[in-house]
Design a protein around this ligand. Sequence first.
Ligand code: FES
Length: 205
Amino acid sequence: MASIESSTPRPAIRRVEHARQIEARKIARRSFLRVSAFAGLTLGVGSMLAGFLGFFNLRKPTGFGGVVTVAKARMPAPGDEPVRISEGKFWLSNLVGAQGDVLGVGGTGGLMALYWKCPHLGCTVPWNPSFQGSQVNFPGITGWFRCPCHGSTYSRAGIRVFGPSPRPLDTMLLTVNGDGSLNVNTGRITPGAADNPLRAVAYNA
Ligand code: FES
């Protein structure tokens, strides 16, 4: 018995095949459009969610405003010059004994994270390693934080001894990790006060 193909004229077979190909292309196109629409919708919802979380500050902040981790390698040695931690906007002081406790509140040393923003009008306060305490009635002590804007002067523990600033430098919550690094919570700022030196955290890593 002759097959259907052999009994069907060739032009008819080609037309059927052509129609099949057109239909297959249409199906593929519809699938592609469906997938694209879904991907677009997912991206849109994702970016809206990210915007929402960002607006309400629900994402874990990093850098200033969040927790800044300081590696052990960056730690100043006891009594060394304070180290500037730019990503957290603070100075890291490692005090020896009563160092910086110029008001005599009983500081026993340790680490302090001092917010570098001057409590007067907000200028960034640099460390001046050669500034002489004799200029601010504290002879014999070299190295002070000294605000370039109006001259407020602070000890290594952030205690104000001169200038228009209404208080000592503010401090940030600091915890020591098991590996000798530090976590400084730059969102947890305590206004500076005479007890600044008592806020120093022991560091023996
Ligand atoms: S802003 Fe620092 S002393 Fe005025």
